[in-house]
Design a protein around this ligand. Structure first.
Ligand code: FMN
Length: 170
């Protein structure tokens, strides 16, 4: 099973549109987690790990062959919900193949995903697909349809993440 986690809490989220498109591209089982629909605790490094929903999500992460994080860019980083998700599920990420889809307000924040990536690589020895998807409003037409160049980037990401994860011993 491959996992996509949509982290935006905005009901008009653009990263969620991109994540939804990604979910249509797998020829294997894919599970779509939408953090808008979940009541999760903030990570306190203590009792949050006893929360049944947190346990369920940790198991999902652990059982997944790959994970795509779809997130807004907030303050030159992924949003707090994405960070909280990683803090809550922690060790379950060990050695996972991970990809990123980001929606931003402008082009200048394209390196914002690096600190999240570094944490995954250094803390949990994840393998990060280097070709992540990043776009601002220009990646969509006036009806919020994804433009073809961004669709191609998402297709490439899903191809690479499924290929790479198939080579890893899970
Ligand atoms: C609190 C906040 C901080 C933001 N910080 C940035 C930023 O640092 N760089 C940027 O390019 N866009 C920034 N944006 C714009 C969002 O990335 C943009 O609206 C994006 O579409 C959000 O993703 P979503 O539509 O999936 O929720 C910020 C937006 C908010 C609300």
């Amino acid at each position: 099973m491959h996992l996509i986690v949509s982290c935006s809490l905005n009901k008009n989220s653009k990263s969620k549109i991109l994540a939804n498109y990604a979910s249509t591209l797998y020829n294997q089982e894919v599970k779509f987690l939408d953090l808008q629909t979940m009541e999760l605790p903030f990570c306190d490094g203590d009792s949050c790990y006893d929360n049944p929903k947190v346990k369920e999500l940790s198991n999902l992460v652990k059982e997944s062959k790959s994970i795509i994080i779809a997130s807004p860019i907030y303050m030159y980083d992924l949003n707090a919900a994405a960070k909280n998700f990683m803090e809550l599920t922690g060790r379950a990420w060990t050695k996972k193949v991970v990809g990123f889809i980001c929606a931003a307000g402008g082009k200048g924040s394209y390196m914002s995903v690096t600190s999240y990536m570094n944490s995954l690589m250094l803390d949990f020895r994840c393998i990060v697909v280097p070709r992540f998807v990043y776009t601002d409003r220009s990646g969509f037409d006036e009806n919020y349809n994804i433009k073809s160049n961004i669709k191609e980037r998402i297709e490439e990401l899903v191809d690479q993440i499924t290929l790479l994860s198939s080579k890893i011993d899970h």
